[in-house]
Ligand binder design. Sequence first.
Ligand SMILES: Cc1cc2nc3c(=O)[nH]c(=O)nc-3n(C[C@H](O)[C@H](O)[C@H](O)COP(=O)(O)OP(=O)(O)OC[C@H]3O[C@@H](n4cnc5c(N)ncnc54)[C@H](O)[C@@H]3O)c2cc1C
Ligand code: SF4
Ligand code: SF4
Ligand code: SF4
Length: 401
Amino acid sequence: MVCRSNVSIMDESSCSGCGLCSFVCPMRCVEMKENERGFILPAVGNNCIACGKCLADCPSINPPVSDYLDIGLVAQSGVSENLVASTGGGMHLHLANSMMALGGVSYGAAFSDEWVVEHIECHTAEEVMRCRGSKYVQSSLTNKVFASIKKNLEQNIPVLFTGLPCQTAAVKTAFGDNASLFLVDLVCHGVASPMAWRQYLSDMQFGRIESIRFRNKTYGYHMSTMRVVYESGVYSKSGRIDPYLRAFFSGIAHRKSCNECKFKGRRRYSDITLFDCGRYCELTGDNDDDLGHTSVLVNTKKGEKLLLELGKEEVVFSAIDRGMGEQLNGKMIEGCTPKHPRSDSFYSQILSNSFSSVVQSYLPIKLSDYCIEAVKGLACKTGILTFLRKAKERKLLVTKH
Ligand SMILES: Cc1cc2nc3c(=O)[nH]c(=O)nc-3n(C[C@H](O)[C@H](O)[C@H](O)COP(=O)(O)OP(=O)(O)OC[C@H]3O[C@@H](n4cnc5c(N)ncnc54)[C@H](O)[C@@H]3O)c2cc1C
Ligand code: SF4
Ligand code: SF4
Ligand code: SF4
């Protein structure tokens, strides 16, 4: 029987998998376990005393206060190695560096040695660098992470936490408006399950992997490319033909809670919000170098303070109209990815068949896709891609002025 006083009433549609209920349970009887689709959900053990704390603190049921300040910026790192390694303008490194300069610690999503995506506590430059780059897999926020944030805050050590909106809402619920806690969220269109990611990696048989980037800038910032450096070579395929990216961008692999995400909106559960800036040229009137820019929304006075701490960091900022930035680049600030009608059947298939063959039958990669990919490679090598992009930008700028 399902007890109505604890989180066993939550399912994949209503629960984001943030893990906070497990951390707050006084009986330590909530364990986060993978469901049949590989998404983590709370499982309540027998020693539940029905105190209701897990439900009361659940951000999906009782979201914390959200904030808004009318400040919008676009940022680009001045460190070229960082721009290469990051998704957009490379803000993670600079925010984490300034936190370390204040004597604080930062938390972000990194790959483990087994290529599992998990939140880690960062004290060193190496740890900070592991968090760079968007990983399109749900990262685990364990009790260990919540406990270490708590411990640092109790010792008055400043903490910077970066995560998806459901995760920053959980950290905000847990530690409230602690003056030493700085929250950064990403605009988010959803996550795929750790199981989907495992099935993809097992299917690809890379052997020993050295590095993975979901959004490598092979053809520039505007095109997403999966790049895996492994023991005997380099795998590089764009979102058009890489099975994982194809599944992810179609929404078929998304968690059900992402289809009705409770953490959307112009008011945010963070001090600063980061997201892509695909339309830099229209927004600022400047040429886009295609190296990557990050849109930055400042939501609180604390967020403003954190940005001022970036004084010594090499970052170039342009002030923009926040509303315009949201309108041009931030479709997912308010919008949710629609539910894919074949998502359940996709997940049941990837458990017993090769990941690529399932993607091929659900989201067929056609000969024309391979042809476009080949032409893109050639157009990139010969500079035609850059020429076309600049011509489009020039046209946009002329139309604008
Ligand atoms: C799952 C996911 C969906 C996204 N959806 C959108 C979208 O729809 N529209 C949009 O404009 N932007 C989206 N983004 C944000 C965007 O991809 C960039 O992360 C953002 O522009 C910041 O780029 P950057 O170069 O400044 O960050 P980087 O310097 O590359 O740092 C990446 C940051 O993302 C965090 N991160 C990486 N993977 C995860 C993860 N799985 N879970 C939690 N945190 C993670 C890291 O901790 C780090 O702080 C998404 C990101 C993720 C991870
Ligand atoms: S009701 Fe109380 S004891 Fe039971 S799972 Fe929730 S927090 Fe734990
Ligand atoms: S949303 Fe978070 S706190 Fe709520 S039930 Fe799910 S894991 Fe627990
Ligand atoms: S879409 Fe919402 S629920 Fe899904 S991962 Fe993003 S913030 Fe969390």
